[in-house]
Design a protein around this ligand. Structure first.
Ligand SMILES: N=CN[C@@H](CCC(=O)O)C(=O)O
Ligand SMILES: [Zn+2]
Length: 417
C-alpha cells in the first residue's frame, strides 16, 4: 500500500526511541507533503513528495497500483495506544451516574453498594461468551476511534473462577483482533465482602493460587493493584508487585487517585512500568519519578466523569518527566474509551499542548505497555498502525474540534478496520 500527498506525516521517531520526556514532548517530528509505503503490515519507508522525481513517483505508484491512497489535505499519525482500560465488564452502571449527578462522591456510591463490587456481582453471573461479545463490541468501537493497541485489566472477578474467566476473555480478544492486546491481572482491585475482615487470606489467594495458575497458562502480561485508602495499602501493593515479579509480570499500579500517601514513590522504588491516575500529587511525587523507568499515566476522562482533580500534567512535563495518556475505560469512573476525547481533555484541562498530548497518547502509551519497539511512532519497521484524518488544517485542530470525529480511516497492520 502506498499513501501519497499526505498533508502532514506526524510522529516520526528514530529507531530505538522508546519514549519522549520533558521539553522534548513539545516536538512532534513531521514531514509535510509526504508519502509512506506499507509492506507486510509494516512501515517500509516514507519521505517527502518534494524529494521524489516524477520517474520515482510513477514507478512507486505502478508498483503499488493495487492499493494507492491519495491523501491530499489529510494528516497521518500513529494510532492511539491506550495503556489503561477495564474494557471487559458485564454491565453498565448508569444507576451510579444518577447518584453522582445528585451529589454523591465515588466513596459514597461505593458505600451504598456501588463501585467495583457492584461490577463484580454483575460479572459473577455472566458467561465467558457473553463477556466476550460485549467486550468485542467495545473493542471494535474504540479501534474505529483510532486505538491501535490496548491494555485490558481483569479486576471485576475478585474470585479464583471469575478472575480466570476475565483473563480468558482477554486472551480470546488477543486471538481474534488484529491490534496488540495486553492483559493485566488486577485481582487486587477491591477486597470481596467475605475477605474484608481477613485481607491476608485474599492476598494469599491472589499470590499463591491465582498467580501460579495465570502464569502457567500465560494469561497475563502485567500485574496491577488499586493502591488507595480503603483498598490496598502500600505494603499490600508491594507484596503484589513482588509476587508478580516472580512470574516476570511488570507492575502497572493504580496510584494517587484520591489520596497522596506515598503510593507512587513505593511503586517507583519497586520498578513499576507505570503509575496510573496521579490526580492527587505534590512535588515529592514528581521528584520520585525523575530519572525513573516508571512512566506516569494520566487519565483525564476519569477526572471529568467523577469530578476529581485533573492530574498535574503541566508540572510533570515542566519538571522533565514523560507522561502517557490513557482512557481508563470502565463502567464506574470512565464509561468512554474515546482516546480523541482523552487527548482533547489533556489540552483543555491539563494544559498540555497538542503535540505533547499526541506524544503522550502514541509513543508514551506504547512505552507504558512495553510496545514501543513495534508501535507508537512513524519509524521504518514498526507496525503500520495509523490514523488517517479527515481534511483538517493542522494537528492542533484535533483536540480543538473536540466534539467531532475527525478520523477518516484507521489502519491496523496496514489494513483498514
Ligand atoms: N480506581 C480504580 N479502578 C477504576 C474504577 C473502577 C470502578 O469503579 O469500577 C479506575 O481506574 O478508575
Ligand atoms: Zn483503572
Amino acid at each position: 500500500m502506498l499513501l501519497i500527498n499526505i498533508k502532514q506525516l506526524c510522529g516520526i521517531q528514530p529507531e530505538g526511541k522508546f519514549r519522549v520526556e520533558g521539553a522534548e514532548m513539545q516536538e512532534l517530528p513531521s514531514i509535510e507533503n509526504a508519502w509512506l509505503k506499507i509492506e507486510h503490515g509494516k512501515i517500509a519507508d516514507f519521505g517527502s513528495m518534494n524529494d521524489l522525481s516524477a520517474h520515482q513517483l510513477s514507478s512507486m505508484v505502478s508498483g503499488a497500483s493495487s492499493e494507492l491512497m491519495d491523501l491530499k489535505d489529510k494528516l497521518v499519525l500513529p494510532t492511539w495506544n491506550d495503556s489503561h482500560t477495564h474494557l471487559v465488564f458485564a454491565a453498565s452502571r448508569e444507576e451510579e451516574f444518577l447518584m453522582k449527578i445528585q451529589g454523591k462522591t465515588y466513596e459514597e456510591i461505593t458505600a451504598a453498594g456501588g463501585g467495583i463490587l457492584n461490577s463484580a456481582r454483575k460479572l459473577a453471573n455472566t458467561s465467558e461468551s457473553e463477556l466476550y461479545d460485549s467486550a468485542a463490541e467495545r473493542l471494535q468501537e474504540v479501534m474505529k476511534l483510532g486505538t491501535g493497541a490496548i491494555e485490558i485489566k481483569s479486576g471485576y472477578g475478585l474470585s479464583y473462577e471469575a478472575e480466570l474467566k476475565m483473563l480468558k476473555v482477554i486472551r480470546r480478544l488477543k486471538e481474534t483482533f488484529p491490534l496488540p492486546v495486553k492483559a493485566t491481572f488486577l485481582g487486587a482491585h477491591a477486597f470481596p465482602q467475605e475477605f474484608k475482615q481477613n485481607q491476608d487470606a485474599y492476598l494469599n489467594l491472589l499470590t499463591e493460587e491465582l498467580l501460579p495458575k495465570i502464569a502457567d497458562e500465560g494469561l497475563a502480561d502485567f500485574i496491577d493493584a488499586f493502591c488507595e485508602q480503603n483498598y490496598f495499602s502500600i505494603a499490600q501493593t508491594e507484596r503484589i508487585i513482588e509476587a508478580g515479579a516472580k512470574y516476570g509480570l511488570k507492575a502497572k499500579i493504580h496510584a494517587n487517585q484520591f489520596t497522596n500517601t506515598g503510593a507512587t514513590q513505593a511503586c517507583v522504588r519497586r520498578g513499576a512500568l507505570s503509575v496510573d491516575h496521579l490526580e492527587v500529587t505534590d512535588e515529592a511525587v514528581i521528584e520520585s519519578l525523575k530519572g525513573a523507568s516508571t512512566i506516569a499515566t494520566l487519565l483525564p476522562s476519569c477526572s471529568l466523569f467523577i469530578n476529581i482533580p485533573f492530574a498535574n500534567a503541566r508540572g510533570m512535563v515542566d519538571a522533565g518527566l514523560g507522561v502517557a495518556l490513557a482512557s481508563d475505560f470502565n463502567p464506574g469512573t470512565t464509561p468512554s474509551g474515546n482516546m480523541n476525547l482523552v487527548v482533547a481533555l489533556a489540552c483543555m484541562k491539563m494544559k498540555m499542548l497538542p503535540n505533547e498530548a499526541v506524544n503522550a497518547a502514541t509513543l508514551n502509551g506504547a512505552y507504558a505497555m512495553d510496545l514501543a519497539s513495534s508501535h507508537g511512532s512513524i519509524t521504518k519497521g514498526k507496525q503500520a498502525n495509523l490514523i488517517i484524518t479527515k481534511a483538517i488544517p493542522s494537528i492542533n485542530y484535533m483536540p480543538y474540534s473536540f466534539g467531532s470525529n475527525l478520523i477518516d480511516k484507521v489502519l491496523i497492520n496496514g489494513k483498514i478496520v
